[in-house]
Structure formats: C-alpha cells, structure tokens
Design a protein around this ligand. Structure first.
Ligand SMILES: *Cc1c(COP(=O)(O)O)cnc(C)c1O
Length: 424
C-alpha cells in the first residue's frame, strides 16, 4: 500500500460484521475465566489485554497504523510527545549514561534533556546539526547510548542530515532516535535513511485539529541490541521485574524495544494515551496525506510572499530555494516539508509582537501544525527558559516568529499577513 492508502486503511481490518470505524474500547480492565489465563498475560507468555495502563485495543490499533506509516515493526502510543521522547531514551539509558543530541530540538525536549533527565543522572552533549563528521564523532563517549535529533527542527526548521547522524550513531554501536513530528511519515520516513527509532508528538499534524495531546514511539526493528549487549543490558539480560524475561530473546529484534517500554516504563510511569484520544488521532491520520499536501502548499506560498516583502528582514522555510537547507530538504523531503515558516519582521521584538496582535486569521497560540493557522514568538513563550547562548544554539533569534500555516486558502493567509504588516 502507498502512504495515502495506509493513512486511510492501515492498522485495522474489520472482520465480517465488525464495526467499520475502529471501536473505542473505553474499559480499564478485561475479564478472564481463570487466574491462570491472566497469569500467562502477566508473564508475557500469552498476548492479550488485562489492564489499560499496559495496553488497550484502541490504542494498539492506532499505534499499528502509525507503525505501518513509518515502516516499523512495533509501536506504542503515549500520553504526549514529551512522554514519547522521555521513554525513547529512558528505555535504553539510565543514571550514568550519556546521549548525543542535535542542539536544534523542540524547547520542551531540550528542557527534558538538559534539566530533568540530567537530574536523573543522564548526561547530554548537544551538537550543532551542521557539525562536521569529525565534530559529531568527537561528541561520543564510552557510555553513550543513543543519538537524538528532529527531521525538521521545531522551531529552527533546519533539516537534519539523517544519514550523517545515523552513520555516526552506528559506528559507535548505538541507535539513532528521530523525532519525526514536523515532517510526518507522509513527507519523510526516517527508517529509510538509517534511523532506528522514531518518535512523534501526535498532537501536531497527526491529530491536526488541536483536539488531543498525544505521542507515539515506533521501532524499526533493525538495530541489533544483542551485538552490543554490554551497552544494552536492559534489553539483553533477564528483567527481574518481569519474571526474568530477556526481551531480545523472547520478542526478537522486531519486538524487544517496544515490549520493554510497555512492560517496564508504561507499567511504572503510566503515561498512557486514552482510547478516546487515540480514536481522535486516527480520525486525523485518515486525512493526514491530504492535509500535509495543503499545509506544504500554503507554507511555500506564504514563505514566498514574506520573502518578497521589504518589511520582512529574513525568512526561513526549507522549501525555499534561498534556504540554507534547501539541498537537504530536496533529499529528505522531496514532496514537501511542513506548513511552518519562521521569519523576522524589521523592527525586532516590538514589531513582532505588534504584527502578531494585528493578525486576524493566524491566532497567537502555543500550538503548531493545526488545520487553523497560528503563530508564536518562541523567545518569549516555548523557549523562554533558555539564555541568549542557548537560544542561538537552538537556532532561535529574538525576533523569530513561528507561523504555522493551516489548511485555509493561501490567498487569505497572505492577505492577513500583509494587513498585519501594514498596521505595525
Ligand atoms: C510539540 C512537540 C513535542 C512535544 O509534544 P507534546 O505532545 O506537546 O508533549 C515534541 N517534539 C516536537 C518536534 C514537537 O513539536
């Protein structure tokens, strides 16, 4: 199946007389005839449902669709993109370990890594996505367990050279984890470029209607943990907290990582997606391929209009020929990048604030990748925890406006932007 067909049909094949739309299994628990039956589920000897903190059929159906879209072998939904980012790393790293991450990542992820996970004893080295191979290789340590980056960084919008990062990760015996939120599998499938694990904030384009916060983790099943079993004892040696199961032995390379994340992390931290919200994510997924096309068309049209306007000091959009990352975008995102455009208006911070207030269609929101256009000033909102140096490393200037083009008509978005510039 092609990507659009997977968006519509993936994950769920109803049998004779079954509901056509995926059922919302709004149940915390599941009934069994004997304790023995249930015991087998607890021991991971049989597969089935027993408690929705561990697994729920609706969530599994939607995870299966995202898994198909990314071309992975196993996937799980989480309550948020933040939970997905946290689990993706904590599943293979713990106190005393080290992670290499691109410096241009979502502000919430940066805070999770640089502050909260640091307090858990996991150290992060942030590298510029533009670094040379030598600089990238120099960031690794004996205790490095993974490399992390975003396909299209939020909000810096640089396109990651996924192959460069995958090669460096693999030459050091660790997986590459890619947050593919902005590109979505419609525009880029990082596994095809060597990434091993993909994370999503489904809150963004996948949901697409601003209706539910959610996340997802997908495993490619390609990383051979057993080749580096001393680095990944959690996957390659018996788990005492789960009746001595060794995940790689019992579930193979295709299932070990997600089964461990479900059995240990979801069991203990409980960041579950609700069945209701999983249903909403699926409604969004059914039109993802159509919406992404429109988001990208609007993004390019708005970026071109901004570029041609003398009141705008700079524009950054990976699809613009003038973009620093145009070549990378052509390689990794040939069908379009995303609907998010960043730019600065002449007059700096004060003019930016005035401009945003003047907009009539584009609303000021801490949100992005929605059917409705919205905009944000990251330096005073999502990235306000960062000092000036950290902002520069994250690719954010004080005047940066992040404009997320929705799926309205481009003419209307451009007219709205023009009148907002006129009235600064
Ligand atoms: C929004 C976002 C996140 C965090 O996701 P939530 O669903 O808000 O927790 C992570 N990564 C990227 C790229 C994002 O845009």
């Amino acid at each position: 199946m092609k990507i659009g067909t997977k968006c519509v049909q993936g994950g769920y094949t109803p049998g004779n007389g079954d509901p056509r739309q995926i059922p919302i299994i709004q149940s915390t628990t599941f009934k069994y005839a004997t304790s023995e039956d249930m015991g087998k589920l607890f021991d991971l000897e049989a597969s089935g449902y027993f408690y929705s903190r561990l697994q729920n059929p609706t969530c599994d159906t939607v995870a299966a669709k995202i898994c198909e879209l990314e071309g992975g072998t196993a996937a799980m939904l989480t309550s948020s993109g933040q939970a997905a980012s946290f689990y993706s790393i904590f599943n293979i790293a713990s106190c005393g370990d080290h992670i290499v991450s691109s410096s241009t990542i979502y502000g919430g992820t940066y805070n999770l890594f640089a502050v909260t996970m640091k307090r858990m004893g996991i150290e992060f080295t942030f590298v510029s996505p533009d670094c040379t191979e030598e600089e990238l290789n120099a960031a690794f340590k004996e205790n490095t367990k993974a490399v992390f980056g975003e396909t299209i960084a939020n909000p810096a919008l640089n396109v990651l050279d996924i192959e460069k990062f995958a090669n460096a990760a693999h030459s050091h015996g660790v997986p590459l984890i890619i947050d593919n939120t902005f590109a979505t599998p419609v525009n880029c499938r990082p596994f095809e470029w060597g990434a091993d694990i993909v994370t999503h904030s489904t809150t963004k384009y996948m949901d697409g209607h601003g209706s539910g916060v959610g996340g997802c983790i997908v495993d490619s099943g390609k990383f051979d943990w057993t080749k580096y079993s001393d680095k990944f004892p959690g996957l390659c040696t018996p788990d005492d907290s789960y009746h001595g199961v060794t995940y790689t032995e019992r579930f193979g390379l295709e299932g070990a990582y997600i089964t461990k994340a479900t059995a240990q992390l979801m069991r203990d931290f409980g960041s579950i997606q609700s069945p209701q919200n999983a249903f909403l994510i699926n409604l969004g997924l059914e039109s993802l391929h159509l919406r992404m096309k429109r988001h990208c068309e609007n993004g390019l049209a708005v970026a071109k209009a901004l570029e041609a306007d003398s009141r705008v000091s700079w524009v950054n959009y990976p699809g613009l020929e003038s973009s620093r990352d145009y070549a990378l975008a052509q390689k990794y995102l040939p069908n379009g990048s995303c609907g998010v455009v960043s730019f600065g208006v002449k007059g700096g911070r004060a003019a930016a604030e005035k401009f945003m207030k003047n907009l009539k269609i584009g609303a000021i929101e801490t949100h992005v990748a929605d059917a409705r256009s919205c905009c944000l000033h990251p330096a005073s909102a999502t990235h306000r925890q960062m000092n000036e140096d950290e902002l520069i490393a994250a690719g954010i200037s004080g005047d940066l406006i992040r404009f997320s083009c929705g799926i309205e008509d481009a003419e209307d978005l451009i007219a709205d932007i023009k009148q907002a510039l006129d009235n600064i």
